[in-house]
Design a protein around this ligand. Sequence first.
Ligand code: GTQ
Length: 347
Amino acid sequence: MTQLQTAAELPPAYLATLNQLNLNPLWPSLRAFLPEGEPTGASVATHWRYNDVRPLLMQAGELTPIEKAERRVLVLCNPGLGLEKLQATPSIYVGMQLILPGEDAPNHRHTPSAIRLVVEGSGGYTTVEGEKLPMEHGDLILTPPGLWHEHGHEGDGPVVWLDALDLPLIYLLEHSFADAAPLQQAKTAPDASETRFTRAGLVPYDELDSSAPYPMRRYPWKDTRNALLALAGQTGRDKPIHLAYINPLSGEACLPFLGFSALMLRPGETLRLPRRSCSQVLHVVEGTGTTTANDTTFSWADADVSALPAHSRVTITNGSSKKPAFLFIVDDAPLHKKLRIYMEREW
Ligand code: GTQ
């Protein structure tokens, strides 16, 4: 590629005139915005240990009443992007949220999509449009864009979950906002994962031709874990044990921009992930091990979180030779696919 003219090679007065009129020449910046062959990015592979985050979150529980926070969250920020941006990756926001017994995180709805993955505690719940969704360890809870949601806690002890939102992207679009409303009247019935969508391959007949965008809003971990173990029993060691969370009616991703999946690593297994164009966040549901993203290696344990930049070369090892390890993965692959830019590239 030819070396293009730099801004310094242009007369300063010419540049000043352009800038006064809100104009810029493209060619001095062209290679930065369209680098040859490989993208560049500011985000860096980053790891958060739950052992570091947990005491600080508990401290927030003492320092900040829920009424003064609405959502008591510590945000996991990528240092390469700037902590004030609240970005784990350029498109994915991730936080750890604490709710204490008897507290309410008030009802609201917003343009960004969100999910929760329950980290610890029992008795928490999220109500989405009147449907009360219990939150037990590892459960995935969807709060899709525009749907009213609130959180509460009827048990004892702290409840913590991981929040993931497409907030950075919606904020970039200058379309990020919320509405507030009084607490909902939740129905007492069990949620759809226990009544209407209890088993893959079966949907209520009246939903057969339905295109309801978010029919199932809770994916219990006990089902996901059992499904991973069942798959592992039938899968050769040359194939990963990896399940995608989908909308049971459409077969598509659960939410418009973010994708969710669960990965099981067999005892002692090392897995080289495909080198994907999307960025991703890994959360340890259960286990210990190490992850290498390009030149950076982290060791991980229960409830840790890693943010991995787009195009990373990722290798994951289960540190136990006896027990499986389970990871929950958030990525922006559905967005890449909708934009028709999704790639899996050579390592
Ligand atoms: O629980 O609704 O971490 O609205 C950030 C924004 C959680 C939530 C976050 C939110 C929520």
